[in-house]
Ligand binder design. Sequence first.
Ligand code: SF4
Length: 472
Amino acid sequence: MQDRFREECGIVGVFGHPEAANLVYLSLYALQHRGQESAGIVSAKDDILISHRALGLVADIFNEDIIRRLEGSAAIGHNRYSTSGQTLLKNTQPFVVEYGRGGLAVAHNGNLVNAVELREQLEGQGSIFQSNVDTEVIVHLMAASKGERTVDRVVAALSQVRGAYSLVFLTPHELIAARDPYGFRPLVLGRIQDKDSVVVASETCALDLIGATYEREVEPGEVLRVSASGVESFRPFPTAPRTSCIFEYIYFARPDSRVYDRNVYEVRKDLGRQLAREQPAEADIVIPVPDSGVPAALGFAEQARLPFEMGLIRNHYVGRTFIEPRDAIRHFGVKVKLNAQADVLRGKRVVVVDDSIVRGTTSKKIVQMLRHAGAAEVHMRISSPPTISSCYYGVDTPTSAELIASENSTEGIREFITADSLGYLSVRGTYNFLKNGEGNGFCAACFTGRYPVPVSDPGRTHQLVLFEAKER
Ligand code: SF4
């Protein structure tokens, strides 16, 4: 959907499989929702790394010939949505650099809050950067460290960075995966049993597609080294309170994935049930804003004992740009993606469930589309609390000033979107699906403004994070 947080990045690594690059390609395909601007794969064969990266979607970037050239039994891959740096080929990942015998490649999901300071320090010491994304800072810190083994250099570099990272590194003979001590971004470990191959990926939907079984999460603060001798696990960092991104459950992750050891679809349904308990509405039908609002709308309808209908149909084949007609059609941008079904909506009091409101402009257009299609009343329900603060941990959000809830009350937002009523899930209610009903273990800073890892200079961090914030 438009007018919302953008997805971040997807990463994957496969070790010990004769078709490693092909499996990484398929995994990136499954993780396409996490980033659509560029993708890349690096494979390891004998003593060299082979790389292919390009702007665009996975299916457009790779073909059989390219995959065949990415030889070797280990590979890593990355889907990028630019949370830092511009959309340029030089910023696509995995990064590949000269390192030891054969090189080093790295793919990153997350955002470092001290990347600007570290980069200035490194440049002061003579480092020359080839991109403007924060991941490259890690590579320079590795080069400056003294460890004998690559894994020691990874640990030395990561000991100096602050913020969010799930990472995969590849050298000709080993794959290293790491997750920050707070566990901001997801990372899972799986295996392809018959080949005894190891897979790490952002989400389990990638494992499912390539026939890998889910073993466990890579733990916050854990570093895994995968080589011909097997999988070694290290816990080199001081433990930190876990603060995994709750927005993975609300919007980012695919509903069929298991994230932080819970099925995302089930969590979203639970959020919808809780929303119905907290924000009931006198209505005839419940409809979702597809696709991401579907599970919460199902939960809402079930709890409220109202019929669930598809009152909005999404066009799944919309490209990133389209040519608008010269004579303006009202709400054209939204209409290209969503169409309201008059036969379902006519004369009905409608609850429309969405997962978030960012700027409010899309919600307003949706409400107006539903009315235009004949809805008698439109009650907007949101399966998360009001979004009041920007993210500094790897999700591309507008600045706080652009977030409608940072400056407006719920009533003010209702007026702006022209709904008959508007109800958000409470912060406490968001945690209801957790066994202890508390938010321990999660970052919810975009709802609370309480940042678990301090951002020393948000303006400068944003310089990197929001290089090109624009509405989708
Ligand atoms: Fe996730 Fe929001 Fe925290 Fe960013 S600020 S990590 S989007 S919960």
